[in-house]
Design a protein around this ligand. Structure first.
Ligand code: PHE
Ligand code: ZN
Length: 852
């Protein structure tokens, strides 16, 4: 029942739904293969609908069996298609009743109502509710839901507050009108980790984290993170929680990280379950951030939702921005900013520079699931950050207050969002809006000149045209700058320049000496900056810049430059760079996390992007070899201090997942990586054997595997952790990511034959194939084996889980960068997948766009 030619949906075609839905009553009788869903829905003509109310109504519905339907109590026979139904309706308000049957046990797409390890759960964003019952499944149709769940399970949950709880039956009422994508239901044999929170106005809120029996010991951290998030949103945004109950459920089979269903967040277990024995420092940080993210959606997403899916960034960009603020407050703000920029450059820039480039607010799509992208989320968050930089903190929070007051209960648009800022600040944001409508990463170049006492900075911006935006116009770019004198003192504290033209100069007068300009402090705009600074000036900023981001950035630029010279000219590692990082890494006035970040090398993918931008086809093997050579040179350069720094940063207190301890571990482990290159893995083996937490155990194992000395420990690790799915995901992933490039595909293939491999669990599938596609030199190995292996498995997974298949297709998005041999190999696989009969709409759209 698939469309021959997939439909494209356009933002410009938006029209309101002709009816409002005043209430929804749902009744679920659970059964693995034959769940019955009865609905009673009250429709009324929508006063906001222009034109006459139609006399037929369309309701979405997919993969559901209609048992019966009534309008105003009279049985009807609607016209059914694979996408929904149409039926005649009366002129005024009316009641719709229906009964449908669904098959959750066979729902491998993990969208709608499905089963995971014997429990029932739902995923309705974006368009999954239509797999549960017939409904106008669009976010601008908001209603009050009452839900009854019947089933032989001790725990029966839905949104809102419980009204009736009996043996095998529970009734829930959610007083807040919501779109169907925020509906949720969970049933199963679950145990709760419970706590409570008192809101700023004194409301008592019960908090529960529901998990499978056996996972009780992995709940405490998530619960703490939830309470911290609730408090933070009150303190910083004045936002209070609005129900008596807040539930989180952990499920093992989930396509994404987590979902903000009203009062009943559903989480991928990897995004909520944590314990020192089973989780790394990065796992803890990610879990804290995702819990915050989903909780913050209660206001930015749920109380104020999106009018249509083109407005996705309205909730996602803002909520990512809010969770990054939260993490900065909970941990180290500079470390968070630097990690976010590494991530943005790694994922979003690649997307924006390739065939999948799209604006933060796209204007068309075929499958909305394909637009939960780094551009919508991460660039969307950068846009919020720029807005805040431009208007200032006070005006930002004033505008947010207005946004919450004015749009509470609305399904809103980016226009609504910007209008709030325009009204509260008096600014015209017409040009700023291009950040939402134009695809592509602006290139910003700067030249500086100094005369007498005046420094002139001349900026030029240019955005490469793309299919999505053939004729990009100049954008508003907030450029935070500072000036540093030759003696290391500050000539100018951070000032934000507002660039609006294609070329623009800014002058700084009254200077005592020629300063070194520190440009784009804090990465104040998501652009590619070119600044012709000498190595000496970069070294000066590395030593003296008062902006932590730019200090790091200069070290990064030196590393990049040296690596590029190694790759393209066969140069040796730059001794000045090695001396520079030696200095920062041994500077005990800096915190360990910062020192470790300074040591971090640009990734292979980042180097490939830079080469591609410079007009060179990246050679993955040469990039890999250069990073290896640099790592060897660093091991030599640090031979004098590595053992001491390792020892000095050994955490002897009980494991805590906080930023301080994590910082010490990451610096110590950077030293361990160097030591392992010189001691045959002795120290890493000792760390492995002595580890009382997963972070130290896993890092040691990864280093041993990378050194070709990991076989015995890999077996021991498997034996120790075979019953823990999340830990086993790490075991699968690290063998691929630590394989030599020529072995990566074979390793992945071997792992797919392991009895614990299953492609229907997205976490396990991603553990192997996510690691493979992120292994740059392994994935792009000249043999092309990894392309073929991935394509085989995408073809296998597509009929079962189109959403996860389509997301993984982005591995091919950079295909045009590489030499003609590699291009041909990738294109052959893209074409082979596209030729698969009945390929999903999701995968078809992704690969068609990628193919270009
Ligand atoms: N809305 C979820 C989030 O950002 C992401 C998500 C999208 C989850 C689609 C599932 C399906 O937090
Ligand atoms: Zn989100």
């Amino acid at each position: 029942m698939r469309d021959a030619a997939p439909k494209t949906i356009y933002l410009s075609d938006y029209t309101p739904y002709p009816w409002t839905v005043d209430s929804v009553d749902l009744h679920f009788t659970l059964d693995p293969h034959a769940t019955r869903v009865r609905s009673l829905i009250r429709f009324a003509p929508n006063p906001a609908f222009t034109g006459e109310t139609p006399n037929t109504m369309f309701l979405h519905g997919e993969q559901i069996k209609l048992i019966s339907a009534q309008i105003e109590g009279t049985a009807i026979n609607p016209d059914l298609t694979g996408e929904g139904l149409t039926c005649a309706v009366p002129g005024g308000p009316f009641t719709w009743e229906s009964e449908v049957e669904i098959d959750p046990a066979n729902n491998t797409a993990l969208e709608g109502l499905y089963m995971s390890n014997g429990m029932y759960c739902t995923q309705c964003e974006a368009e999954g509710f239509r797999k549960i019952t017939f409904y106008p499944d669009r976010p601008d149709v908001m209603s009050v839901f009452t839900v009854t769940v019947e089933g032989p399970h001790p725990v029966l949950l839905s949104n809102g507050n419980p009204v009736v709880t009996e043996n095998h039956l529970a009734k829930w009422h959610d007083p807040w009108p919501k779109p169907a994508y925020l509906f949720a239901l969970v049933a199963g044999d679950l145990v709760a980790h419970s706590d409570s929170f008192t809101t700023m106005s004194g409301r008592h809120v019960d908090l529960n984290l529901y998990v499978r029996p056996g996972d009780e010991g992995k709940c405490a951290f998530g619960m703490q993170a939830l309470k911290a998030s609730m408090k933070w949103d009150e303190d910083v945004y004045g936002r209070e929680y609005d129900l008596d109950l807040f539930n989180i459920v952990a499920v093992d089979d989930f396509n994404m990280g987590a979902m903000e269903n009203k009062g009943l967040n559903i989480f991928n277990s990897s995004a909520v379950l944590a314990s020192p024995e089973t989780s790394t420092d990065l796992n803890f940080e990610r879990i804290e951030a995702i819990i915050a993210h989903e909780y913050f959606h209660n206001w930015t997403g749920n109380r104020i939702t999106c009018r249509d899916w083109f407005q996705l960034c309205l909730k996602e960009g803002l909520t990512v921005y809010r969770d990054s603020q939260f993490t900065s407050d909970m941990r180290s703000a500079p470390v968070k900013r630097i990690s976010d920029v590494i991530d943005l450059r790694g994922r979003q820039f690649a997307e924006d520079q390739g065939p999948l480039a799209h604006p933060v607010r796209p204007e068309s799509f075929q499958e909305i699931n394909n637009f939960y992208t780094a551009t919508v989320y991460e660039k969307g968050a950068e846009v919020i950050g720029m807005l805040k930089t431009l208007v200032g903190d006070e005006a930002y929070y004033k505008a947010l207050d207005l946004y919450f007051t004015r749009h509470d209960g609305d399904a809103a648009t980016i226009e609504d969002w910007l209008k709030v800022f325009e009204e509260s600040t008096g600014r015209d944001l017409a040009q700023f809006k291009r950040w939402y409508s134009q695809a592509g990463t602006p290139r910003l170049s700067v030249e500086h000149s100094f005369e007498l006492d005046t420094l002139t900075l001349t900026f030029t911006q240019h955005t490469p045209p793309s299919a999505a935006t053939p004729d990009p116009q100049p954008q508003v770019i907030p450029i935070a700058v500072g000036l540093i004198y030759p003696d290391g003192t500050e000539a100018l504290e951070t000032r934000v320049l507002e660039m609006t033209k294609a070329t623009q100069s800014f002058r700084f007068t009254g200077l005592e000496d020629e300063p070194v300009p520190s440009i784009l402090r804090g990465f104040s705009a998501p652009v590619v900056l070119t600044h012709d600074l000498s190595d000496a000036d970069r070294a000066h900023l590395l030593a003296h810049d008062t902006d932590p981001f730019n200090r790091w950035e200069q070290g990064r630029m030196l590393a990049r430059k040296s690596l590029l010279a190694m790759i393209t000219e066969g140069a040796d590692p730059d001794p000045a760079y090695l001396a520079g990082i030696h200095k920062v890494a041994t500077d005990t006035t800096l915190d360990p996390a910062t020192r470790a970040l300074m040591l971090d090398m640009p990734s292979e993918a980042e180097l490939a992007t830079v080469l591609h931008e410079a007009g060179t086809a990246p050679d993955p093997a040469a990039i890999y070899a250069a990073r290896e050579a640099m790592a060897e040179a660093r091991a030599d350069a640090f031979a004098d201090v590595a053992a001491d720094i390792y020892a000095a940063n050994t955490v002897t207190e009980a494991y805590q997942p906080n930023a301080d301890q994590a910082g010490r571990r990451v610096l110590g482990n950077a030293m361990l990586a160097m030591i392992t290159r010189r001691d045959d893995g002795a120290q890493a083996a000792a760390q492995y054997d002595g580890a009382d937490n997963m972070n130290q155990q896993l890092v040691a194992l990864a280093l041993l595997v990378g050194a070709g000395k990991g076989d015995e420990k890999l077996q021991a690790f498997e034996k120790q952790w075979q019953d823990d799915r999340l830990v086993m995901d790490k075991w699968f992933g690290l063998q691929v990511s630590k394989a030599k490039p020529e072995d990566a595909a074979a390793t992945a293939r071997r792992l797919t034959e392991h009895p614990a491999f299953t492609h229907t669990n997205p976490n396990r599938f991603r553990a192997v194939f996510g690691a493979l596609v992120m292994h740059h030199a392994g994935f792009h190995h000249a043999s092309g084996d990894a392309y073929t292996l991935l394509a085989d498995w995408l073809i296998t997974l597509d009929p079962l889980n189109p959403q996860t298949t389509a997301r993984m297709c982005s591995a091919f998005q950079t295909w045009k960068r590489y030499d003609s041999d590699q291009q041909a190999k990738m294109l052959a696989e893209i074409t082979r997948i596209l030729a698969t009969p009945n390929l999903s709409r999701d995968t078809t759209e992704m690969l068609t766009r990628i193919k270009g």
